[in-house]
Design a protein around this ligand. Sequence first.
Ligand code: T46
Length: 133
Amino acid sequence: MNYKLLNFKVHGDERGSLVSLESNKNIPFDIKRIYYMYDTSPEWVRGKHAHKKLEQVLIAIDGACTIVLDDGKTRQEILLNRPDAGLYVPVYMWREMKNFSYGCKLMVLASDLYDEKDYIRSYDEFLKEVANA
Ligand code: T46
């Protein structure tokens, strides 16, 4: 599967830790949008869609959650539980976010502005589109 786990450099000293994220340096695209989720809880599953053009990096800046990735052939679960680690999610990858710890804050860096037309929200449609790609 062509997702990537990114390990960010931590600038740390006795005052604490700092991570810097830069377009086309440690983030593999131009960052056009940032959003984040909080007040999540373990019983809810988010996502359940894929994107046609959007690339993203997901970072659990606090707490933990599990990201399910599915490229139409293989399904894999990735635990995000470090503020210095990111998950790069390429196009045409079905994703679900689950097992949110209470207080989890999941930040997402996106390669484009919000566009509902970029979403594939039906799993059957997703399978058809990847089969034809
Ligand atoms: C993704 C995963 C990781 C906006 O108005 N602007 C935005 O930038 C976003 C991301 C969402 N919204 C609205 C659309 C919905 O009315 O916020 C509401 C919740 O969005 P959604 O149900 O799509 O949230 P998730 O957590 O299921 O999915 C989100 C992203 O939408 C998606 O691109 O890959 O996080």
